[in-house]
Design a binder for this molecule. Structure first.
Ligand code: KIV
Length: 278
């Protein structure tokens, strides 16, 4: 715990805002309001993200890589995503919390998808789930939506299909397929769609064609909103530098400097000093 005399001044507070809901999220597109989304994986960071004014927090299966240190998102389990989503939901007061359906939790059958997504909704308090897929998942999206589970789709590069692509960061350029995916998930009842790693011109056409918000990551500026992986955009992760990624801070080196200073002070016997002793 930090003493109150050591805390940094809070960033300028935001005007009061309404809690985000799925209908408000969809209306933002109709109003021409851009949507800001980031990933969140635990209570501490979710409270920071929510207080900073995000529209939605995605409990992404990217946690397999950035939190668990695994080589891909494939090993993430339903129990693990529920564990993280529950922590996030407990912190969030305003943002819409959307939770990824991990690999193989929605592919076997729509019934299996409903059972697994239902567990996420019941055990975490999240408002929606996300699944990777387009035309191939339209029936599952229809069934989930009919069961009262709002679904965000995810087209373009789909990390759970990395073995099919032969790698993770492959730009997807099949315009017809991408448009068909976007139209199919819209018709099936999805309330939004992530477009990952696709040319900006295709993202623009999709955004102008469908009625639900497009949330881009590596899909250019014309999407209705943007999402990034939080540890990447805060500069906490190292060695991942795709063209689309803007690092808005360099927290890894700031944290390392602080820890190095602490190590120096402890070894030199200058911490704790009189000011920090009872
Ligand atoms: O898992 C994740 O973090 C995601 C985002 C990159 C969209 O799916």
């Amino acid at each position: 715990m930090t003493d109150s005399n050591q805390t940094q001044p809070a960033p300028q507070s935001l005007p009061p805002r309404l809690a985000m809901t799925v209908p408000r999220f969809v209306r933002a597109k109709q109003r021409g309001e851009k949507l800001a989304v980031l990933t969140g994986y635990d209570h501490l960071w979710a409270s920071i993200l929510d207080d900073a004014g995000l529209d939605a927090i995605l409990v992404g299966d990217s946690l397999g890589m950035v939190v668990q240190g695994k080589a891909s998102t494939l090993p993430v389990t339903l129990d693990e995503i529920i564990y993280h989503a529950e922590m996030v939901c407990r912190a969030v007061k305003h943002a819409l919390v959307i939770v990824d359906l991990p690999f193989m939790t929605f592919h076997v059958s729509p019934e299996d998808a409903i059972r697994n997504a239902g567990r996420i909704m019941k055990e975490t308090g999240a408002a929606a789930v996300k699944l990777e897929g387009g035309v191939n998942q339209a029936e599952t999206i229809r069934r989930l939506t009919a069961a009262g589970i709002p679904v965000m789709a995810h087209a373009g590069m789909q990390p759970q299909s990395m073995n099919k692509y032969g790698g993770m960061h492959r730009i997807q350029r099949d315009r017809e397929q991408l448009l068909n995916d976007a139209k199919a998930v819209t018709e099936a009842g999805a309330f939004g769609i992530v477009l990952e790693l696709i040319p900006r011109e295709i993202a623009k056409v999709i955004t102008e064609t469908i009625s639900i918000p497009t949330i881009g990551i590596g899909a250019g500026p014309d999407c209705d909103g943007q999402v990034l992986v939080t540890p990447d955009m805060l500069g906490l992760t190292a060695g991942f530098n795709p063209k689309y990624l803007k690092r808005f801070a360099n927290l890894r080196s700031q944290a390392q400097q602080a820890v190095q200073e602490y190590v120096r002070d402890v070894r030199a016997g200058t911490f704790p000093d009189a000011e920090h002793s009872h």
